[in-house]
Write a protein that binds this ligand. Structure first.
Ligand SMILES: C[S@@+](CC[C@H](N)C(=O)[O-])C[C@H]1O[C@@H](n2cnc3c(N)ncnc32)[C@H](O)[C@@H]1O
Length: 231
């Protein structure tokens, strides 16, 4: 992957930030609030301790810590573009929290291609929280194609997005409340219309728009349900 969509693609800068002890702030801060929100939401959506879970763009494990606590041992898996964020999440969050025995180190892998096939398991649930808000929505299509082979029939993959009203002028920035984030169709932080989100859905997935889920920066939620008959 050569494109540069956001500061997350500048891996050397990320390495320095993490070395400076900023692994919580570089992924957006709000550490406790956004970790707890993801866990609460997923439990409301039916996540059970025995489910195999993939956290796509898991970063430094803001959700990984509460989800590892909740899930049975060996059920949480994470992929991120940054090995440094994964290392910081494991060494500075999982280990001090006493959770290392529940999360094997090789359940976290770094690649830019949303590739979770190397784990050799099938997933029941997953999330990409504040990931596709930092890249064009076409990358979501790439992710859905990459994840389709590793999701069980009926598996549920949750994806957050900034919604762009259909009637806003093509180039106009969109302000969001709460949070005050201003989003764009073609640069970070990225937004998407629901029409574009539907168009980004690849074969083998059914899209349900959930919408509001109490996100403090007005990110909305989409659910992709794996339907193998649709491949
Ligand atoms: C705002 S952070 C969110 C982290 C995490 N989902 C959370 O809620 O704490 C965005 C994450 O997406 C990751 N990311 C960016 N591009 C990626 C890619 N192509 N594949 C996987 N992760 C990516 C970044 O490294 C970063 O950890």
């Amino acid at each position: 992957m050569s494109a540069h969509y956001s500061h997350y693609d500048a891996l050397e800068n990320m390495k320095r930030a993490v070395a400076d002890g900023q692994h919580r702030s570089v992924i957006g801060g709000m550490w406790d609030e956004l970790g707890a929100l993801q866990k609460r939401f997923l439990l409301d959506q039916g996540l059970k301790p025995h489910h195999r879970f993939i956290d796509m763009g898991c970063g430094s494990l803001r959700a990984g810590v509460p989800l590892t606590e909740y899930l049975d041992p060996d059920r949480y898996y994470g992929v991120d573009i940054s090995q440094d964020l994964l290392d910081a999440g494991y060494e500075r969050e999982i280990v001090p929290a006493g959770l290392a025995s529940k999360l094997p180190r090789d359940h976290l892998t770094a690649n830019p291609d949303f590739d979770a096939t190397g784990f050799g398991v099938m997933f029941d649930y997953g999330i990409a929280q504040s990931v596709f808000t930092h890249m064009p929505i076409s990358r979501l299509t790439d992710c859905l194609k990459a994840l389709a082979p590793v999701f069980v029939e009926g598996g549920r993959f949750y994806v957050t997005f900034f919604e762009r009203p259909e009637d806003v002028a093509a180039e106009a920035p969109v302000p969001h409340d709460p949070g005050g984030v201003v989003t764009y169709p073609d640069r970070d932080p990225y937004d998407t219309t629901l029409t574009a989100l539907r168009a980004a859905t690849s074969a083998g997935w059914r899209l349900d728009i959930i919408g509001h889920w109490d996100h403090p920066r007005d990110q909305r939620m989409a659910l992709f349900v794996r339907e193998t008959g649709q491949d």
